[in-house]
Structures are given as structure tokens and as C-alpha cells.
Write a protein that binds this ligand. Structure first.
Ligand code: PRP
Length: 206
């Protein structure tokens, strides 16, 4: 399942990301805002549980997401602003980290560090702003699946049709929520029109 956001606010924020003059702080802030939009869509049909809290009228039970059963897994480094954003929204979710780097010659992703909490029976939100060839997502999903979660949802900001198709055919059971599907990949496997390299744009390593 691939779900692309269509709100005019989403399109406006994507255009800010494409603008070369958007500096690192603006870039990370915009990625974070788009992430919140993705979370709202992705969790729209999520079951709520009842929680007893002390309100101004005393103890009562109210609806809430079961945050303890959600793990947000980020792909470093471009995924960091997305992880921060999910945890600002839902402060009781657990965080997991995968460090992956795309080899500039082979365009293949290489995992060089992972720190995942116990994923058994949990819902995983895998966050990475870019889905280019889809190689990083495919490998990340394979690793996460080996840890036996009950459900995996990916949140991506921008992707190529080729990459999305590759991820869907490798992992048809995963729901992909994406803010913008662009035209294509170029010969260097960059998304076109795209926004450049999200890691570099976020952390001033251009
Ligand atoms: C980018 C991006 C994804 C990957 C997407 O990371 O954040 O992880 O490339 O490419 P793919 O779909 O072809 O695998 P990058 O390797 O640039 O690392 P960075 O986050 O450290 O900048």
C-alpha cells in the first residue's frame, strides 16, 4: 500500500525543501512538519486504548494511542529530524537507530551500525526522508522483519516511482506513507526533480 499526501500545505512545504536557499534549520524544520503530517495519516485508523489520568475534575479514563507499543526507527543520518519530530508528537514511543550509507559508486546501501530495541509484537514506524532506488528501505525492512514486529509502516518525505515499486515488490506487506512521489531517478540515482541530498542539506555538509 502506497499513500501519498495531497494537502496543499504538504506541496508548499515540499517546495520549501526544493528551494536551494532554504538553510539547514529551515530544511530540518520543514522535514519535521511533514513528518507530523505523515504520522497523522499513517495512524489514522489506529486503535485507541483507555487511560486513567487525573484531570481538573479528578480521575477519569480517556482515549489515547498505545505509545508503548510503537517504535520509531530512523535511518541515519537524514532520518534524524524525522525521529525527533515523531518523538515530539508522541513522547512515549521508543526509538531505534540504523546507520546506513549509500555507496556513491555502486549506489547500494551499506549498514554500518544498528541499535534496535526489542521489536517483537510492536508497530514500527521506519523513517527516512529519501526513497531513491529503494535499496536502503529494502535492507532496513529486511533487518527489522527479522526482529518480529507485528506491523511496519514507512514514513518518507520524497521518493521515486522506481524506488517505491522496488520496495513494494520486495515487501508487499509494508504500508508506505510518503509526502511526495517525484518523476524519476537520474543516471546517478538521484530523485528528479528531488531536493538534493537530505543528509547534506540538513547538516551543512554540501
Ligand atoms: C540517503 C537517504 C536514504 C538513502 C536513499 O542517505 O537518506 O537513506 O540515501 O537511497 P536509496 O533509496 O537509493 O537507498 P545517504 O546515503 O545519502 O546518507 P545520509 O543520510 O548520511 O546523507
Amino acid at each position: 500500500m502506497i499513500y501519498e499526501l495531497s494537502n496543499p500545505v504538504t506541496k508548499t512545504l515540499i517546495t520549501y525543501l526544493r528551494e536551494q536557499k532554504s538553510d539547514a534549520i529551515r530544511f530540518r524544520h520543514t522535514v519535521a512538519e511533514l513528518t507530523k503530517q505523515l504520522v497523522y495519516e499513517a495512524l489514522q485508523k489506529f486503535p485507541l486504548k483507555q487511560k486513567t489520568i487525573t484531570s481538573w475534575q479528578g480521575e477519569s479514563s480517556f482515549s489515547t494511542l498505545d505509545e508503548e507499543n510503537i517504535i520509531v526507527v530512523t535511518v541515519l543520518r537524514a532520518g534524524m529530524p524525522m525521529l525527533d519530530s515523531v518523538m515530539e508528537l508522541l513522547p512515549n514511543v521508543t526509538a531505534g537507530f540504523l546507520a546506513m550509507k549509500r555507496d556513491e559508486i555502486t549506489h547500494k546501501s551499506v549498514l554500518y551500525y544498528d541499535r534496535l530495541p526489542n521489536c517483537v509484537g510492536k508497530t514500527i514506524l521506519l523513517v527516512d526522508p529519501m526513497l531513491a532506488t529503494g535499496g536502503s528501505m529494502i535492507d532496513a525492512l529486511e533487518l527489522i522483519k527479522s526482529r518480529k514486529p507485528s506491523k511496519i509502516i514507512t514514513l518518507n518525505i520524497i521518493g521515486s516511482p522506481e524506488g517505491l515499486e522496488a520496495v513494494q515488490s520486495a515487501h508487499p506487506d509494508v504500508a508506505i506513507y510518503i509526502a511526495q512521489i517525484d518523476e524519476k531517478l537520474n543516471d546517478d540515482k538521484f530523485i528528479v526533480p528531488g531536493l538534493g541530498d537530505a543528509g547534506d542539506r540538513s547538516y551543512n555538509t554540501l
